[in-house]
Design a binder for this molecule. Structure first.
Ligand code: C5P
Length: 287
């Protein structure tokens, strides 16, 4: 049986500016997003029947039609009038509820793999239209490594060069519900003025860059999950510099100039319970 495999990377929102709630129930965004090397792996395998089957050994990952990779396959099959079944095998490392886009990335990678497996010949723009129906931040994973996303998150402008940095990635055993974080955002006063994207892209060195980065959903995430605020403060006191929440949380990160520096910071967190700390890097080339 023919089979194809690819990595499905996590993302970090380096900036996240959120506008006021619109009539459609969504908030307009502008976010500078990088893909990172920390990734799941997706394999699609042809089947004899017409079934779509998701296989995942990680406990807690749904394998039914609520899995976004399942819905990606279903929607693409419907759109392209494909009758073949497929088994989608997910090797998960990216935890859910972390603002790292794991589920969205799995869905986008599934679309790209099935485009090849089913020989559809869809352009990225066509896949992007399918992706936008699956979720706000699925489309960005069809591009990479560095993009600006706007609208709900589905309008993607890829930038022509990556932003290369080592990453200290912190994944707490806390869960932030995206709709709840947005609701908390709605109850907050207006956000302070933020650095412009051009200023941020011109910054040299990870420490200078970190000072420019921001996330309008960080404070709302801290409000709905006060333990996340406490954890961010504790990490800051340990490593001497702040970390930033990605997406609607609960994941946090710090960019560093080298992996050795990121590892040095990680070593200072080694005894903390209930967090997973990973040293990785931003994606340097289209994965
Ligand atoms: O599109 P997605 O399923 O990722 O969005 C989950 C929820 O997050 C939405 O139902 C909405 O409440 C909120 N959201 C938002 N504005 C966005 C993206 C998501 O309010 N731009």
């Amino acid at each position: 049986m023919k089979s194809l495999t690819a990595y499905a990377p996590a993302k970090l929102n380096l900036t996240l500016r959120v506008g006021p709630l619109q009539d459609d129930g969504f908030h307009p965004l502008e976010s500078l997003v990088t893909l990172i090397d920390f990734a799941d792996q997706v394999t699609v395998t042809q089947r004899d029947d017409e079934a779509i089957v998701v296989a995942c050994e990680k406990p807690g990952v749904p394998t039914d039609e609520t899995n976004l990779a399942y819905r990606a396959a279903e929607l693409l099959a419907e759109t392209a009038d494909v009758k073949h079944g497929v088994t989608i095998t997910l090797e998960k490392r990216i935890p859910p509820g972390m603002g790292l886009g794991g589920g969205s990335s799995n869905a986008a990678t599934t679309l790209m793999l099935l485009n090849a497996l089913w020989d559809l010949g869809y352009e990225r723009e066509q896949l992007s239209q399918v992706a936008a129906l699956l979720g706000s931040d699925v489309s960005l994973f069809l591009h990479g490594p560095l993009s600006v996303i706007r609208g709900r998150g589905e309008q993607v402008t890829p930038l022509d060069r990556p932003l290369e940095a080592a990453v200290l990635l912190i994944m707490p055993k806390l869960h932030c519900s995206t709709p709840a974080v947005y609701r908390a955002f709605d109850e907050m006063p207006a956000q302070p003025p933020r650095s412009e994207l051009n200023t941020i892209l011109a910054a040299r060195g990870a420490d200078t860059l970190m000072m420019q980065l921001f996330n309008d959903l960080e404070e709302p995430a801290f409000r709905i999950e006060p333990r996340l605020r406490e954890l961010a403060a504790l990490i800051r006191s340990r490593i001497g510099v702040p970390v930033l929440v990605t997406g609607s949380g609960a994941g946090m990160f710090r960019l560093c100039d080298t992996e050795a520096l990121a590892q040095e910071a990680a070593d200072k967190l080694i005894d903390l319970n209930d967090i997973q700390v990973v040293v990785t890097k931003t994606q340097a080339a289209v994965g």
